[in-house]
Design a protein. Sequence first.
Length: 255
Amino acid sequence: MKDISIEESLVKGSGDICTTDLGDSTKPLVVRGVTSKTEIEICKETGRDFYYIDTGYLGNFPSVGNPSGKKVWHRIVKNELQHSEIAEVSPDRWDALVKQDPRLQWPGWKNYNKKILLVIPNPKACRYYNIDSEQWIAETTEKIKQYSDLPIEVRVKGSRSYRNREYTIYDAFDSGVYATVSFNSIASLESVLYGIPAFVSVPCAASPLAGTDLSTLADPFKPSQETILKQCRTLAYGQFTVNEILNGTAWDIIK
């Protein structure tokens, strides 16, 4: 079978209920990545449903179930970019993901206190939200310094091989990170799941688990284990393999 895009895979999996054709306003639109800002804005302005596809939240690092660290999981979100609200779902998909990567099992809160990890925003996200990356970095750094004397480690999103094989996010965490600060990076989600408090600037997958007010750095928000698990289960029900997208499993869940 000829390879098709992940967007077309969702169309096929939906039984052609949705479309990648912006001009066909009779069907929900499938878009991929924040570079689809124009299409997303048109959908929001006209009240048209859209399904947003991007890299999955968790499970794409090298692990027992994914030794090569391939990008096997893709998130699909209806009318938003990330799943920022908790939903009541079965634990089955999350439990399966933890078996694939035992690091995802919440270890309890750590007591690291050597540094603050500041994650640089993705340039594409900056363009989508109309923010200046350098300005956000400068303002956020100033706020951190206002409320903490800890040194700041700046993490730039390097190549996928660097992030997966060399200086991973877990390497960064284990170097003594007290808290992680990002714009809307999955790193904040990974931080909480590793037992390190996090802060974000806009609604994202980490929102139910992270703070937004850096003035609380001395006593950061630490959600309960129950809340963490509920959001993890929510996210597991929002990310899928290509096969699940093609065979309709994803559509049956997200429609």
